[in-house]
Unconditional design. Structure first.
Length: 87
């Protein structure tokens, strides 16, 4: 097994680090393991393991409306949501 001797350092906002570590903890991972998984996927995919897009105007508008609390719907159950979506 290869020796793990390389170090990765990054500066992050403290809140982002804490919230992310809480999620990773729920998944049973620590930060080092998550970074290792990410790096392995970058290697396997020869790029980022997820798609990155710049949101279009429709998406920007939907995000702004959601943040402002406009045009939001709430559902008590997933079934009601799916019915509304006609799924």
């Amino acid at each position: 097994m290869p020796r793990k001797t390389a170090t990765v350092r990054a500066r992050l906002e403290p809140d982002l680090k804490k919230e992310t570590e809480d999620i990773l903890d729920e998944l049973g991972l620590n930060t080092t393991e998550a970074i290792r998984i990410f790096f392995k996927q970058v290697k396997l995919q020869h790029g980022l393991p997820f798609e990155i897009k710049i949101p279009n105007e429709t998406t920007h508008q939907a995000i702004a409306e959601a943040k402002a609390g406009k045009n939001l719907k709430e559902f008590d159950t997933a079934k009601k949501l799916f019915e509304d979506l006609d799924i």
